[in-house]
Each structure stands twice: as C-alpha cells, then as structure tokens.
Design a binder for this molecule. Structure first.
Ligand SMILES: NC(=O)C1=CN([C@@H]2O[C@H](COP(=O)(O)OP(=O)(O)OC[C@H]3O[C@@H](n4cnc5c(N)ncnc54)[C@H](OP(=O)(O)O)[C@@H]3O)[C@@H](O)[C@H]2O)C=CC1
Ligand SMILES: O=C(O)C1=N[C@H](C(=O)O)C[C@H](O)C1
Length: 263
C-alpha cells in the first residue's frame, strides 16, 4: 500500500486529491498539511468522512512524514511554499508530486537539487490531466509545420487563481519554443505588435472557469486553434494520484507526465 500525504489539504485541489486517494486501490492517506484547519480531520475538511488523519502544520513536516511512514507527498499550494516544503519532504526520504504552478527557474532548480541530493523520485507538472498532456504533443507536432505563423496563447481561469499566466500556458509556450527555437515571450499586448520570434501569452480571469487553454496559429488567410478545456478539477486530481503511485515504483530521479502516460 502506498502512503500519500497532501500539502494544501484544505485547498480546492487538496480536498479533491484526498477524495481521490481514498477512492484509489493501493493508495492511502498518511498525513495532511496546510496553513489552515490545523488539528481538524483531513477527511472531514474534504467532506469525505473522518479518516483519522489530522491536518498538521507545515513546520512539523519532517517529523510528521517520518512518523506516518509517508512514501510520497502531493503538493498543490503556492510556489513560495512548495520551494520550502518540497526540500523538507525530500530530506525525509519522501517522493514528490508537485502540481503547484508559478515557479521561477531558480525555484524549480532548488526542488530538483533536493530530489537529486536525497535520492528520491519527483515530478513537477503544471497539469496532470491526460488531455492537456496530449494537447502538448499536438502542439509540438503542429509547430513543426507552422514556423511562419503568428502564435498567441490565451488561457482562462477562475478569479481565485493566484498566479498568471497559468503554468500550463507557460509549458505550452516552452513546448512550441523547443520545436521552433528560442521564442521571445510577450505577456499581454499593448500598442503595435512587432512580430519577430514572439509568442504572445494572455491570461483571462473570471468566475469559476476551471481551466481553458487555446493556442492560436495565425497565418495569411487562415488560422488553426488548438484548444483544451477542463470541465472539472477531477482530471487533475486523478492524474496526480496516478503519478504518486507511479513514482513510488520508479526509482530516484525527476520524471514527466510523458513518462507516466507513455506519451
Ligand atoms: N498541476 C495541475 O494539474 C494543477 C495545478 N494547480 C495548481 O495548484 C495550486 C493550488 O491550486 P488550488 O487548490 O486551486 O488553490 P487553493 O488556494 O484552493 O489551495 C492552496 C492551499 O494551499 C494552502 N497553502 C498556502 N501556503 C501554504 C503553505 N506555506 N503550506 C501549506 N499550505 C499552504 C492554502 O492556504 P491559504 O488558503 O490559507 O493560503 C490553500 O489551502 C496552484 O498553484 C494551481 O495553479 C491547480 C489545478 C491543477
Ligand atoms: O489554478 C488552477 O486552477 C489551475 N492551474 C494550473 C495551471 O496554472 O496551469 C492547471 C489548471 O489549468 C488549473
């Protein structure tokens, strides 16, 4: 049985991940962390019934992870928290599944170094849904044939989201840039748009939009739009729990959703 802990246990994603863990064969909830609801039962907070797992303060993370024999920590919080908490968990020998977005490249590097130093397995993915990871493959393939087209990425999310642009939009830009070579990213546009090697990236925030991503390839007299829309957070949560089970049997190192989904 794989013992999984959740950081951000009181958040939108954390609660859904806890309900996916208890619905999964072979994975059980070992511990839960957050800044709020400390001492309350994680199952009660997630509205799935009492699980006998209290929400702990992140300051006690290393001890709680060791005492609870945790195999893997699933973190959906904010970048400034993850960059502190992930190395704490790695130093306790715990594997890492990180869904948090908004990292700087230095912050990503800190997490990857901790994974390497402590010989654990880790994945940092801005999107755990199957559909978005296939969307990335479609973008890589389409970009090969569309080098002369203008490229704009438009993402839309709910008005509680704390980072912009989304991690998924940034990864989409990186996927395209890797195929077409060294694109410059322009965030929002004002005034004239001097095209060179640019990708425009635009964030929309409103209501309860779960997550839409559109990549527009615009040419002379025609355009292609590649679009993914999430209807609920369930696709993200089930993907994160699947990744948690997978990396516990993968051995030390950093992995990607392509490894896990066989893409
Ligand atoms: N990879 C993927 O597939 C997906 C990634 N995400 C990403 O996951 C993250 C969380 O999203 P979401 O659940 O909607 O956000 P929420 O704000 O609902 O949840 C985040 C939770 O983390 C808590 N938190 C903040 N700081 C800390 C800390 N230092 N230690 C422990 N817990 C902390 C928050 O507490 P408080 O409210 O008190 O600040 C909150 O309970 C975002 O970065 C989002 O972009 C979201 C969906 C899918
Ligand atoms: O904060 C969210 O909600 C989401 N965040 C992720 C991102 O930033 O890419 C993934 C998803 O679109 C939902």
């Amino acid at each position: 049985m794989i013992r999984a802990a959740v950081t951000g246990a009181s958040g939108r994603m954390g609660k859904l991940i806890i309900s996916n863990i208890i619905a999964s064969d072979g994975v059980e909830l070992s511990a839960a962390f957050d800044l709020v609801n400390i001492g309350k039962d994680a199952g009660e907070t997630a509205q799935v019934g009492n699980l006998g797992v209290p929400i702990s303060d992140v300051k006690d993370m290393e001890n709680v992870l060791k005492e609870s024999s945790t195999d893997v920590l699933i973190d959906f919080t904010i970048a400034d928290a993850t960059v502190v908490n992930a190395p704490r968990a790695a130093s306790a020998g715990v594997n890492l599944v990180i869904g948090t977005t908004g990292f700087s490249s230095d912050q990503k590097q800190i997490i990857e170094s901790a994974v390497s130093k402590h010989g654990v397995a880790g994945i940092i993915s801005p999107n755990f849904s199957v559909g978005v990871n296939v969307f990335f493959k479609i973008l890589a393939e389409s970009s090969k044939y569309l080098a002369d087209f203008d490229i704009e990425i438009i993402e839309a999310h709910h008005n509680k989201k704390k980072d912009a642009p989304s991690g998924t939009a940034m990864k989409a830009a990186d996927v395209i840039s890797a195929v077409l070579g060294g694109k410059e990213y322009v965030f929002g546009r004002q005034g004239i748009a001097p095209r060179k090697k640019e990708i425009g990236i635009h964030a929309v925030r409103g209501g309860d939009i779960v997550g839409d991503h559109t990549v527009l390839f615009a040419g002379d007299g025609e355009r292609i739009e590649v679009k993914h829309q999430a209807h609920s957070r369930q696709a993200f949560a089930s993907g994160a729990v699947k990744a948690a089970a997978w990396i516990c049997n993968a051995g030390p190192g950093m992995y990607t959703m392509e490894d896990i989904l066989g893409l």
